[in-house]
Write a protein that binds this ligand. Structure first.
Ligand code: BGC
Length: 328
């Protein structure tokens, strides 16, 4: 019988080598693939324009919705988006964020506008460095910013003014809480409301206070108003958390006869409308503001012509607009 052993050993060695080479080949192929993926990602990231979105308050649910819209557009259009903002409303910090964005040579800045002198200087500085600035939600001086995306705030105030006047049949005492004295959108909303109410000689605006866009401060201010002037029958708030703050005060004082009007449809606000504690609100489109501003900025980067003003839609939401179960 022939000795088969040496052949078997050689075959085994060949098989082992084959296996080891096979493994080496697959592993090196995988590594090559990962390296090329990383390189590709780095290349796209380098090409992707770097854009900063500066909120009024970084964790405010309204601004988080603007961010969501911007993020989804950033994904769609290949923009590298950074979202920043002060923890609590603070214009000085917003200006610092603009300065930081300019220093890091971003390709575009989206921000809540203001006509504060220092704020305008910062926008001007960005403009001088060739960085386009878009205002979102709130505008600022037209000659400094490239475009505005957001609500037509004066008009939204007029719509609210008409709703209020109708609900009290053109007669009664009113208190107004504005979100901020430094943000133009609240000033415009206030002027819009007043432009309608002044047409009714029997409507008296008894008090105007500021909440600093805080639910807690809205509650405090509403309580003060009602204590100073128990004749007040309507309180209106101009920022997203004011409505629910005012409801807190009204309930705390057992003044269920006071009608509350406000802005935006955050979940707590929807609940209050469903429960009948808020009469109606003006609903804005924060998600769309974020989405459209990135989309327009992207068009601008490509050299396309873009509109100076893009007004997002508003709607009135009252109890009839809340579907059963929607508020839970
Ligand atoms: C306003 C924003 C503001 C937010 C605060 C909204 O109604 O449009 O400017 O930051 O309320 O909660």
């Amino acid at each position: 019988m022939r000795n088969w052993r040496p052949f078997a050993i050689i075959l085994l060695i060949i098989l082992i080598f084959g296996y080891v080479f096979g493994q080496l080949f697959t592993t090196s192929h995988k590594i090559q693939q990962s390296i090329s993926k990383v390189n590709q990602a780095a290349a796209t990231d380098k090409q992707a324009p770097h854009v900063v979105l500066i909120a009024q308050e970084v964790d405010n649910p309204y601004w988080r919705t603007v961010e969501k819209g911007a993020r989804s557009a950033a994904k769609k259009y290949g923009v590298n988006l950074e979202y920043v903002g002060p923890i609590r409303i603070n214009q000085k910090e917003q200006i610092e964020f603009i300065d930081k964005a300019i220093a890091s040579k971003v390709d575009g800045i989206l921000l809540q506008g203001s006509d504060d002198e220092e704020f305008l200087l910062a926008i001007q500085k960005a403009k001088q460095q060739g960085i386009p600035v878009f205002t979102v939600d709130t505008d600022s001086s037209v000659d400094k910013r490239k475009a505005y995306v957001g609500t037509d705030n004066y008009h939204s105030g007029q719509i609210l003014g008409n709703l209020i006047a109708r609900s009290i049949k053109g007669k009664g005492e009113i208190g107004i809480i504005i979100g901020s004295q430094s943000a133009l959108n609240h000033e415009l909303r206030l002027q819009g409301i007043l432009s309608i109410l002044k047409k009714y000689p029997e409507i008296k605006v008894q008090d105007i206070k500021t909440s600093n866009i805080s639910q807690f401060q809205a509650a405090q201010q509403a309580e003060k108003m009602l204590k100073n002037d128990p004749g007040i029958q309507v309180i209106v708030g101009t920022s997203a958390l004011d409505g629910v703050g005012i409801v807190q005060a009204v309930k705390g004082l057992n003044r269920n006869d006071v009608k509350v009007f406000g802005f935006d449809d955050l979940p707590e606000t929807r609940k209050a409308i469903a429960a009948g504690s808020i009469e109606a609100v003006i609903v804005q489109e924060p998600y769309k503001m974020g989405f459209e501003s990135i989309k327009l900025l992207n068009q601008f980067f490509k050299g396309e012509k873009i509109p100076q003003n893009t007004f997002t839609k508003i709607q009135v939401l009252d109890r009839t607009g809340i579907k059963a179960g929607d508020h839970q």
